[in-house]
Design a protein around this ligand. Structure first.
Ligand code: GLA
Length: 450
């Protein structure tokens, strides 16, 4: 690796990371060196896809509702070199993730459940099916390591970033140029390959974000299949601070799928009086009081099946385990309203109101959707005692991971110190705390030689 390469790299990274570029240069160097060690000298294409933090709008995306995420400057790098044939060889800079190989095609067999390569297989299968020209075989190195990478298991969407990085790389190398929104949608479908019925928020955030902006997304496509998005500038006086509790639940996938099921159950029951609805979004303009009476507190999938309610195919659902139908639907209904109110508050620069909405969103996620943990509750309530904090909430799927705090610029330091000390005293753990430097969406970074 020469000095010239280092300055070239800096020139490439400055538009992406701004003030963070110098810190990224070493990381890119390390990844390029690791690629050359693994696959030998020659050309290499560099791609990146960011993680995201969600300001507000949790578990609304798969209900065709509203979300307001922002891409982080923490991302996954994917280095790729075309090779003859259709074989893809995968390597990861983190030794924890073993090498893997597969043949590119429209039907790629999965590795065992939980294997990291499944995220890339899902994306590869999707691009192979969609691109007019098949993508080439590739030698790939993935470098997603924290702190500059996306922390894993922290609810910041490292897995969707992996899917998106692979899709962006293969599409680029196959000469396929889909619209970003259409690629985001396809990436979300491609992630179903790993067995979670997730929504579209993470892939849209990874692909459509803009530096220093959040991304408002209406998760319902219009009649032409287009999605409405809007880039929302961050308030100049405040920052978003992300605090990682360092803990996450083992069965996030199972719990997540149960929430999806509870929402579908709600739609199924409401269809008795509103036969045209397909998603909870469709009842957003009906007063909650008119809906509540039609929804039971709890119902098991077996009860629902007896009533002719079809939950669709949801992996791992236990027919006897009760779903909290009314509370889950109420969360989605109130959360959609809060996202729209947050847009208004930000447009009016009413940060106190935006903060209150974050606070209410946390309470709803905790009490109605039941996705919080004692540690997340502690972080939120402690953050909200710090002067200058407008509001805080858990962010991401829940069951651990991170909280996001909206805080006045001048109070960031105090917040970090006080929160770290209080969390350490309470749990014995040091939380990772960082500023959300909203970065641009995924894409090719450069083609170089190593
Ligand atoms: C996960 C999913 C997203 C979204 C959030 C909850 O991150 O991948 O699609 O549903 O949970 O808001």
């Amino acid at each position: 690796m020469t000095q010239i390469l280092e300055s070239t790299l800096f020139g490439l990274l400055d538009p992406i990371y701004g003030p963070g570029a110098p810190a990224q240069t070493a990381r890119y160097q390390t990844a390029l060196e690791a690629f050359a060690r693994r696959y030998g000298p020659g050309p290499v294409h560099l791609f990146r896809a960011p993680g995201r933090v969600n300001l507000i709008g949790e578990h609304t995306d798969y209900n065709h509702g509203f979300v307001l995420p922002a891409a982080l400057d923490k991302d996954i790098l994917l280095l790729a070199r075309p090779r003859p044939g259709h074989r893809v060889r995968l390597s990861n800079i983190e030794p924890l993730f073993e090498d893997a190989e597969f043949e590119l095609g429209e039907s790629i067999p999965p590795a065992p459940r939980g294997h990291w390569s499944n995220y890339l297989r899902g994306a590869a299968q999707m691009v192979a099916a969609q691109a007019a020209t098949p993508p080439p075989g590739l030698d790939i190195l993935v470098a997603g390591t924290a702190p500059a990478g996306v922390p894993r298991g922290a609810g910041l969407s490292s897995s969707s970033a992996l899917v998106v990085a692979m899709a962006v790389a293969l599409a680029h190398l196959a000469g396929w140029q889909p619209e970003r929104a259409s690629l985001a949608h396809r990436c979300a479908d491609a992630e179903w390959y790993v067995g979670t019925r997730g929504g579209i928020m993470d892939h849209f955030a990874a692909l459509l974000s803009r530096r220093d902006h959040a991304l408002f997304l209406d998760c319902r496509a219009d009649a032409q299949g287009s999605y409405h998005t809007r880039h929302i500038p961050f308030p100049a006086t405040h920052r978003l601070v992300v605090v990682d509790s360092g803990l996450h639940h083992d069965n996030v996938r199972g719990e997540y799928n149960r929430r999806v099921a509870a929402c579908r159950a709600g739609v199924g029951l409401l269809r008795r009086s509103l036969p045209d609805i397909t998603h909870l979004r469709d009842v957003q303009n009906i007063p909650w009081a008119d809906l509540a009476g039609q929804l039971p507190e709890v119902a098991t999938p077996a009860d629902l099946a007896r009533q002719g309610i079809d939950l669709g195919e949801i992996p791992g659902l236990d027919a006897q385990e009760p779903l909290r139908v009314a509370a889950c639907c109420r969360h989605v209904w109130t959360e959609n309203a809060r996202v729209l109110q947050t847009l208004d508050a930000l447009a009016a620069n009413d940060i106190a109101q935006a903060g209150r909405l974050l606070h209410e969103a946390h309470a709803s996620a905790r009490d109605d959707y039941a996705i919080s943990t004692p540690e997340l509750d502690f972080l939120v309530s402690t953050a909200e005692t710090v002067d200058g904090v407008a509001g805080a909430r858990l962010t991401g799927a829940g069951w651990g991971g991170c909280v996001v705090v909206l805080v006045a610029q001048e109070a960031v330091g105090t917040l970090q110190t006080q929160l770290a000390a209080a969390y350490a005293a309470h749990t014995g753990r040091t939380p990772a705390i960082f500023l959300c430097q909203a970065g641009p969406g995924a894409g090719p970074v450069a083609s170089l030689s190593v």
